[in-house]
Design a protein around this ligand. Structure first.
Ligand code: ACO
Length: 436
């Protein structure tokens, strides 16, 4: 018999079933809570709320564990490629050689972007942020490519491949156009990551030389970002998707959510912070003091995580990757020294220790991206390309979920009770104006 949780209120006992995940995580199934008791739950930020059952990604924030479909992130980062990991996330199993080839071929087949879309790109203001461009262009993709019809698996797979391949092409296109440079087309003979680097950096006057270590580094970077269960942007994809909107609009919502500095935008914010420290003499101490000051909204960017209360396992891999790539490219980046100093100081500071604030994946990722030539305003776009397989896998899972429902949270209303409308001539001084 399954376990039950009892809730006692006003002398009455209500029972609710317990759901246990494969890693032992327990949830109280409160679907009948309101009907049985009249209560709702209050959980700002949904920190204690499981909104779905999922078999894609497992995170243990206390132990610093991250696994995609059961495979530890450390092993995937070392042995897999981004395309193989994307296949794993979307399909649940690692591909055979044939399956991987078919998947890669499909990505190649769908890498071009409709020529008319270039017109759109050209008309964004030059200073437009690439994340804004990307989210608009992903919504626009739907108008160029037929929407999914119900039931067709092949059609669904084509749409998923189309998004995976074209978002990468569009990201590189946005960069080239923002610089006023010639757009470089995708090439069939290059791997997913090499192709992206080539589209970003090749030019008619200076051909880009593909470096296998950088390609491997980019594979690792994107594998680390490929999924992270019900984070803010993934929740946005699921929430918007629950209205049965088209897949492009759901993904575009995820891109918009990711843009925020508390989420994916943190990788750009970290570099801006490190630069500020550098420009102010290189001592992180005043910044740490500001982050601790309750009256200052400043936070140490790249520190803290909703789930991880220990080291983020992705940050450890990212840090190692940073050192490897900087050594290989013989780059001496003063921001890396500042980051290490800042990390050490924060980890030894009681404020960060008590609140269990550790560096997250974004802390070192910007230094890696800078080293391989990615401009700062493209950092969050790089995260978005990486997170795409996760968003797509989560969207797919949500569409197939027999328990899936339209997302519609409740609230505890704390505004005025019913009152009568007062004609404008009879109103005294506005209380709203007075209080502001
Ligand atoms: N610097 C200083 N103090 C912090 C930081 C930080 N980076 N992060 C959390 N705190 C403090 C808060 O002020 C709060 O203090 P209080 O309890 O005295 O009020 C306490 O720690 C808990 O903070 P919350 O915001 O409630 O924690 P939550 O789990 O909601 O926040 C978040 C997680 C948003 C990531 C937060 O740690 C943060 O803002 N970090 C900086 C931004 C960042 O790096 N984001 C990237 C996250 S990883 C990702 O999305 C890929």
């Amino acid at each position: 018999m399954s376990e039950k949780v009892k809730l006692e209120y006003n002398g009455k006992i209500y029972e609710f079933p317990v759901i246990v995940g494969t890693e032992g995580e327990k949830a109280i199934d409160i679907r009948e809570l309101r009907e049985k008791t009249g209560f709702i739950t209050y959980d700002p930020g949904l920190a204690n709320t499981g909104v779905c059952k999922s078999s894609i990604t497992y995170v243990n924030g206390e132990k610093g564990i991250l696994r995609y479909r059961g495979y530890p992130i450390e092993e995937l980062a070392e042995k897999s490629t981004f395309v193989e990991t994307a296949y794993l996330l979307l399909n649940g199993e690692l591909p055979t050689k044939e399956e991987l080839k078919a998947f890669s071929d499909k990505l190649n087949d769908h890498s071009l972007v409709h020529e008319d879309m270039r017109e759109f790109f050209q008309n964004f203001p030059r200073r437009a942020h690439p994340m804004g461009i990307l989210s608009s262009m992903v919504t626009a993709l739907r108008e160029f490519y037929p929407e999914l019809k119900e039931g067709g698996e092949e059609e669904l797979n084509t749409t998923l491949a189309r998004l995976l391949s074209k978002v990468r092409t569009m990201a590189a296109m946005a960069y080239k156009i923002s610089r006023g440079h010639k757009v470089i087309y995708p090439r069939h003979d290059l791997s997913y990551c090499a192709n992206f680097l080539n589209m970003m950096f090749d030019s008619p006057v200076k051909p880009y030389v593909i470096d296998d270590d950088i390609v491997k580094g980019l594979n690792i970077f994107w594998i680390l970002h490929a999924d992270h269960e019900q984070n803010c942007s993934t929740a946005a994809v699921r929430l918007v998707g629950s209205a049965k909107v088209n897949i492009y609009a759901a993904i575009s919502a995820g891109i918009s959510a990711l843009w925020g500095p508390l989420h994916g935008g943190a990788n750009q914010a970290v570099i801006e912070m490190l630069k500020e420290i550098y420009e102010n003499g290189g001592d992180p101490k005043p910044f740490i003091e500001r982050a601790k000051d309750k009256n200052d909204p400043f936070r140490l960017m790249g520190f803290g995580h909703r789930i991880y209360k220990t080291h983020d396992p992705r940050e450890k891999i990212m840090k190692k990757l940073c050192h490897k790539i900087l050594d290989k490219l013989k780059i001496k980046d003063p921001l890396l020294d500042i980051a290490r100093k800042l990390e050490e100081m924060a980890l030894n500071d009681p404020y960060f220790q008590e609140k269990k604030l550790y560096p997250n994946v974004d802390f070192y990722s910007g230094i890696f991206l800078r080293a391989i030539g990615i401009p700062e305003n493209m950092f969050t776009v790089m995260f978005a390309i990486g997170r795409l397989p996760g968003w797509l896998a989560q969207w797919k899972e949500s569409m197939e979920d027999p328990d899936g429902k339209l997302y519609r949270p409740r609230q505890v209303y704390v505004g005025p009770s019913k009152r009568e409308y007062i004609p404008i001539e009879e109103r005294e001084k506005s209380t709203a104006t007075e209080s502001t």
